[in-house]
Design a protein around this ligand. Structure first.
Ligand SMILES: [Mg+2]
Length: 345
């Protein structure tokens, strides 16, 4: 089996990652996985680490943290390179969001570990945003408007509160509601679409913010971008309909629409906030494309997960309990795990 390059974000999940990563990685090693581990020290660091690791020959990566860690690893591998041979990505989801894995299993941590131990992979697509200064890759979604406004506020003020923090961000942004126009056209469209929207979202997978089913028809394996748009709904209508974002039925609202596309082109040259896999950047968008079957992820279908979940659930509970009962503080866990950080193969 190939050697894994694991990047741990000790800050993910409000420090939960620092406590649980050590025992979880030890478990993988006990079962025979070869894993080299390094901790990221801040935003963007995992991009640099993954880029260097790819250049050194690593082709299997492990994101230990949240969606942000996986996003940075993929951008370290893909950004600025042409013709990247397929790489594999596993997850130890210890962050607050972990939206992507929800497409494959409801209990991401246990299912991911099981998939890693059994070497089970699924091939998924990636999305690529081309902007004025370069390109950014996404495995979950890209989104503009209300969703980007919520993510920017949540990341700035409510991140430590997890799902509740995201909900707080939603309510504040409902109070400050803005509906904007962003001219675009898809595939062979002759006309620019310049209608006002609450949000535009371009999805590889279905969920955002952990549990919000924003694109119920998205499929990360179909070679298509799931484009969901919600028109200029008012505050009252949005508040009434908000719960429907969590079960995906918002898509049936008269102002909502969806379509599956391969290419999106943007008309405007002005910078806009774009939420990409949970993080917000301000860029001049040019285009979004899909890279079919770009990455193998270690993940399960829901039915497989149901059968295999229980033993790992227990193990995960044990890891959590053990880390807590021995007083495994974040600095202690980090030191014990990462003192051999640069263990290259
Ligand atoms: Mg798709």
């Amino acid at each position: 089996m190939d050697r894994f390059f694991a990047v741990v974000n000790p800050a993910a999940g409000g420090g939960r990652s620092a406590k649980l990563a050590g025992p979880a990685l030890a478990r993988l090693r006990e079962k025979g996985l070869k894993v080299d581990v390094i901790a990221s020290t801040g935003q963007g660091h995992a991009v640099q680490l993954a880029r260097e690791a790819y250049e050194q020959g690593y082709r299997c990566f492990l994101a230990v943290g949240g969606d942000g860690t996986a996003h940075e690893i993929l951008n370290g591998v893909f950004a600025g390179r042409n013709g990247v041979p397929r790489v594999a990505l596993g997850f130890l989801p210890l962050g607050t969001g972990n939206s992507f894995l929800r497409d494959f299993a409801k209990d991401g941590a246990a299912a991911s570990m099981q998939a890693l131990l059994e070497g089970r992979r699924r091939t998924v697509d990636l999305l690529r945003l081309t902007h004025a200064q370069g390109e950014i890759y996404s495995f979950n979604l890209l989104s503009m408007g209300f969703t980007a406004d919520v993510a920017a506020l949540t990341n700035r003020m409510f991140k430590p509160f997890g799902d509740l923090g995201y909900l707080l961000g939603v309510f504040v942004r409902v109070a400050q509601l803005r509906r904007r126009s962003l001219a675009l056209r898809c595939d062979d469209d002759a006309e620019w679409d310049e209608g006002r929207s609450l949000f535009l979202t371009f999805n590889n997978s279905k969920y955002t913010g952990g549990t919000m089913l924003i694109a119920p028809d998205a499929d990360p394996t179909d070679g298509l971008i799931e484009f969901v748009r919600w028109g200029p709904i008012g505050r009252l209508g949005l508040l009434r309909t908000l719960p429907r974002l969590y079960d995906g039925s918002h898509i049936k609202h008269p102002l909502a629409s969806r379509r599956a596309v391969r290419h999106v082109e943007f008309k405007e040259a002005a910078p806009v906030d774009v939420m990409i896999d949970g993080e917000v950047v301000t860029v001049e968008c040019r285009a979004i494309d899909v890279l079919p079957a770009a990455v193998d992820v270690f993940g399960f279908s829901a039915s497989c997960t149901f059968l295999l979940l229980r033993p790992l659930w227990c193990s995960w509970g044990f890891f959590s309990m053990r880390a807590n009962t021995i007083g495994c503080s974040a600095p202690f866990a980090s030191e014990s795990l990462f003192c051999r950080a640069r263990v290259w193969k």
